[in-house]
Design a protein around this ligand. Structure first.
Ligand SMILES: Nc1nc2c(c(=O)[nH]1)N[C@H]1C(S)=C(S)[C@@H](COP(=O)(O)O)O[C@H]1N2
Ligand SMILES: [Mo]
Length: 313
């Protein structure tokens, strides 16, 4: 019998901002109380029929093993479908990701509307193995395919006033049951400072485990920012906008005291309801220490020099 941590059987993001859910209160209560929402701990999603493609390495640069394909594609946060991590894959199975266009606009010299297949042809995929640390204190190691966001931003030529990048996910309540069920401020949006967005680690992911992304992981394209909590890595993007002022984001608007704009992985700053000092790696027993910046401090700590990351969390 698996020892299931309470933090993993309730949808934590949602649990905390209960006030926000009065309109969807019945649905919320149901989801929070449902048994069987527990972690499948690495992997027996019998409904996953897709197998992984070829993948180069089997560990990240710290020697930590990849999380299984079954867990990566079977245990997901994607509230547009459901808050039940074990059911996202099932609900997203037939979600159509073609046709799909991505608009890159705002304070840029060359705005573009890119059909997804043109974008895929233009920016060759490469593999990046990143740790992914959810704010709920579980984590995975995922072999992504994608390209640095910087390449796309360079192509549209940000204007000098552009200081932030805002990302908008798909808004399609007729196809997304969670958008009908939960009264969040849809669509899901996220944001980065321009220098964070230009950092080489910041990826537009279009695949994982050597294959195209599946809908549950944010097909056809999503952001991956490995030194930040997972909620920054917005899925199923339709618009990328260069803006002057810090944009509102889905979670920081929904629960500003719990989720900040920066959301850098930081074991020294606890979530108001739980510690961030350690995490459970999906597929492993026991816990691991959480690393500052999720282990990417060498690459990104300099972005925050002079900032108080306790205040500006
Ligand atoms: N559009 C959208 N993007 C999203 C989310 C979401 O609910 N909707 N959840 C976020 C959270 S909380 C996490 S931890 C990661 C999970 O990514 P994964 O399921 O591919 O591991 O996606 C993030 N991106
Ligand atoms: Mo998350």
């Amino acid at each position: 019998m698996k020892d299931i941590d309470r933090s993993e059987i309730t949808p934590e993001h949602l649990f905390l901002s209960r006030r926000k859910f009065m309109l969807g209160a019945a649905a919320l209560a149901g989801a929070a109380l449902l048994p069987g929402c527990g972690d499948r701990g690495g992997g027996s999603n019998t409904q996953t029929t897709v197998s992984p493609g070829p993948v180069g390495a089997t560990t990240d640069e710290l020697g930590q093993a990849l999380t299984s394909f079954e867990a990566v594609t079977g245990y997901n946060n994607f509230y547009e479908f459901t808050v039940d991590k074990d059911s996202v894959a099932d609900l997203a199975r037939d979600f159509a990701t073609r046709p799909w266009t991505v608009e890159v606009a705002g304070l840029v010299a060359r705005p573009q509307v890119l059909p997804i297949d043109e974008l895929l042809a233009e920016f060759p995929e490469r593999e990046r193995i990143y740790r992914m640390r959810c704010v709920e204190a579980w984590s995975m190691v995922i072999p992504w395919l994608g390209f640095p966001l910087r390449l796309l931003l360079d192509q549209v030529v940000p204007q000098p006033q552009a200081r932030y990048v805002r990302f908008v996910a798909i808004d399609a309540p007729e196809r997304l049951p969670g958008q009908r069920k939960y009264s969040f401020d849809w669509p899901y949006t996220e944001g980065l400072r321009l220098d964070e967005a230009m950092n080489d680690l910041t990826l537009i992911a279009t695949g994982l485990y050597g294959k195209q992304l599946l809908p549950q992981n944010g097909a056809p394209l999503r952001l991956v920012v490995p030194w930040k909590y997972g909620f920054k890595s917005i899925k199923s993007i339709v618009r990328i906008e260069l803006v002057q002022d810090r944009p509102a984001t889905f979670w920081s608007s929904s629960a500003p005291h719990e989720y900040g704009f920066y959301a850098n992985v930081n074991p020294e700053v606890d979530h108001p309801r739980w510690s961030q000092k350690s995490e459970r790696r999906i597929g492993e027993t026991g816990r691991r220490d959480t690393l500052p910046f999720n282990g990417y401090g060498e690459e990104v700590a300099g972005l925050y020099e002079g900032m108080d990351l306790r205040k500006d969390f």
